[in-house]
Write a protein that binds this ligand. Structure first.
Ligand SMILES: Nc1nc2c(ncn2[C@@H]2O[C@H](COP(=O)(O)OP(=O)(O)OP(=O)(O)O)[C@@H](O)[C@H]2O)c(=O)[nH]1
Ligand SMILES: O=C([O-])CC(=O)C(=O)O
Ligand SMILES: [Mn+2]
Length: 624
């Protein structure tokens, strides 16, 4: 039997083999040889960190038709199959050894899963080119760095990764023999004439938690295919919980306080619930918009962006609400638009605030206004989950120093939030770490969105905004969070926000109001303003918000708006605690602190109701 390197020498052209040989890692060689033999591509390309190799991938995405050029230089468009527009939860499974049970999670017996996915992927790359790419998660040369290798037959996926992640070939060369890397094997499968995945009935995303490998087949949508994004996320959550740090679905941003003070915030909101739009708010600075690692360094919580790019939702991006993104999307920096409407080489999307053509090409193929799909549903110009992929360096508001710092930035505040129509106020601060982790993070609920296949607008339990990505027992995950805070010398303050309060079908807040909540939280981190104590935490005083609304947005903030937004809604809050309690109660291995915190919060609410009634004005609490 030949060793792996000898097999690779036979499988690869000389030039490609030389690149692999540079990396002295038998575990990598074995993995590559095994999978190249199994996938049977007709051609293999190995990407080093050189600009030429990246250029090759970019060119191949056009050559194979997975991307098309747009009018603006460096802009391309990519389409996913009409039925492949979001993360496929049903076919995404965690492969676990027999006997392991993980509440809420979609698991499958590992042996059986591996057998099935291998069967699906056998020879799947015949006639296709395989790209082998190396990246790292987090900054290079740092305690946060996690290397990963991606095998894919989609030049679009590889291209996306070049925009979203730091290159890692040199890191693999430097590391030498180690098993300490994540592995991703993806094939878009057979493509139709539009170059979109055809065999959606065989779409599978299987996550092998034992071998830290993720397999993805017969799909192209980024959330199902970009290995280092949500696929790696399952693996890094497992590592984080084992090793005592946090791997989270969060943005990371700098909020600018008085006198040049810089305060960093993370924000965990579920998919399509405002991470990107918050981190991109004018006046502040973005570090990241989706994935964050947080470690205890010298007793302080320090955070890094896992990525260097944005795979952001394009719907609703307009010049007024999102001036920064708007400008970038109209400048000749490298961008992949996905699932938007294209007419005469220009991209269009729903809610862009300018007239949209009545025909063109979109995620359904040739499109005209009024076109219906097979289900009889009218097809909008762009898909709700249509996205843009771009490097952060394109943004003038990027905090470059924070992005590049190998030690990350100190976290001043951590925010949790979701789509909640009727229960939580727009912003509030937790009494302490445990109170925040339990009643804000672990109690998060949010209405479902188009980021996943299935029904939208259904209120769903989504602790820490990671339920779709969780890969460990929820009890272990929460326990790790609590312990992480206990070990810090200084804990970040915890906040909860809600941008989505509705009354009679009307939003109670405008999109930019969040700018004011951010400034308030920044002041609270440094104890610069007071607050009103309520049964569910501290809320802002009217006077402080009035000042901030004027300062930040030049808006008059009325007492009526304040009262409507910040009244304490006792029946809804109690009903929510009941729901959350019932979710956790039957599960074993939930930390007892969780039930204690919920019980205490409930008691405070019941007492307040006895004293003040069902709906309490913040002015009433201020006086008491
Ligand atoms: N009503 C309302 N909608 C908002 C607000 N902020 C963001 N949105 C909407 O939320 C959706 C976008 O959220 P993003 O910020 O792109 O989502 P994200 O959390 O980054 O999501 P992922 O990339 O899927 O993880 C868009 O449809 C926005 O219009 C707000 O303050 N009010
Ligand atoms: O991963 C994706 O598909 C995009 C994303 O950020 C999310 O869904 O949270
Ligand atoms: Mn996300």
């Amino acid at each position: 039997m030949k060793n792996a390197l000898e097999r690779l020498e036979n499988l690869l052209e000389k030039e490609q083999f030389e690149k692999i040989k540079e990396i002295d890692n038998p575990y990598l060689h074995e993995f590559l040889a095994e999978w190249i033999e199994w996938l049977q591509p007709s051609k293999v390309f190995v990407c080093t960190d050189s600009p030429e190799d990246e250029e090759y991938v970019r060119w191949k995405a056009l050559y194979y038709g997975e991307e098309k050029m747009l009018e603006m230089p460096r802009h391309t468009v990519h389409y996913d199959n009409y039925y492949d527009q979001a993360r496929d939860k049903a076919n995404t499974k965690l492969l676990v050894p027999k006997g392991v049970t993980l509440p809420f999670l979609n698991t499958m017996d590992r042996e059986e899963g591996l057998r099935e996915i291998r069967e699906i992927m056998k020879g799947i790359m015949r006639g296709k080119e395989l790209f082998i790419c190396f990246f790292v998660l987090g900054p290079k040369n740092s305690v946060f760095t996690i290397p990963a290798v991606q095998l894919t037959d989609s030049a679009y996926v590889a291209h996306s990764e070049f925009l979203l992640y730091r290159k890692g070939y040199e890191e693999f060369v430097r590391m030498g023999p180690t098993r300490n890397f994540l592995k991703f094997v993806h094939s878009a499968g057979e493509l139709d004439e539009r170059k979109t995945s055809k065999n959606l009935d065989k779409r599978r995303i299987y996550i092998d938690l034992v071998d830290e490998t993720v397999y993805s087949a017969n799909t192209q949508y980024g959330g199902n295919t970009i290995g280092l994004k949500k696929l790696a996320f399952r693996l890094t959550i497992q590592r984080a919980v084992r090793e005592g740090w946090l791997s989270e679905h969060m943005f990371l941003m700098r909020v600018n306080g008085p006198n040049g003070r810089k305060t960093y915030f993370t924000g965990a909101y579920p998919s399509m619930c405002g991470k990107t739009s918050t981190a991109m708010i004018p006046w502040e600075n973005i570090v990241g918009d989706d994935l964050v690692f947080i470690k205890n360094l010298d007793g302080k919580a320090r955070a890094v962006n896992v990525e260097i790019g944005v795979f952001g939702i394009i719907e609703g991006i307009n010049e007024k609400d999102d001036p920064i993104i708007w400008k970038v999307l109209h400048s000749p920096v490298e961008i992949i638009f996905s699932n938007v409407l294209v007419k005469d080489g220009k991209p269009y999307w729903n809610g862009m605030g300018i007239p949209i053509p009545d025909e063109g090409e979109n995620h359904s193929g040739k499109w005209w206004r009024g076109k219906k799909d097979k289900e009889g549903k009218e097809i909008p110009p762009s898909h709700k989950n249509a996205r843009f992929t771009v490097r952060l360096e394109a943004f003038p508001n990027l905090d470059k120093e924070a992005l590049e710092n190998p030690c990350g930035v100190e976290v001043g505040g951590m925010i949790f939030g979701g789509r909640d129509p009727d229960t939580w106020p727009p912003v509030r601060e937790a009494f302490n770490w445990q109170h925040g982790v339990i009643t804000m993070g672990a109690s998060l609920e949010s209405e479902t969105t188009a980021a996943t296949l299935g029904k939208e607008g259904v209120r769903a339990f989504n602790p820490m905004s990671i339920l779709d990505f969780l890969s460990v027992h929820i009890g272990d995950y929460i326990r790790n969070y609590l312990e992480f805070g206990r070990k810090l010398k200084k804990t970040p303050k915890i906040f909860a926000v809600n941008y989505f309060l509705r009354e009679n079908g009307q939003w109670l807040n405008e999109k930019l109001d969040k700018a004011v909540w951010l400034k308030w939280m920044e002041l609270r981190v440094h104890d610069d303003v007071g607050a009103i104590e309520t049964p569910i935490g501290y809320i802002p005083k009217y006077e402080d918000l009035k000042t901030l609304f004027k300062q930040v947005l030049n808006k008059e903030y009325t007492k009526e708006d304040y009262e409507k937004q910040f009244k304490i809604r006792i029946p809804e809050l109690l009903a929510k605690i009941d729901r959350i309690w019932k979710i956790y109660e039957p599960i074993d291995n939930i930390p007892e602190e969780l039930f204690k915190e919920l019980e205490a919060e409930k008691e405070r609410l019941v007492k307040a109701r006895e004293k003040y009634g069902d709906y309490i004005s913040p002015f009433t609490l201020l006086k008491s």
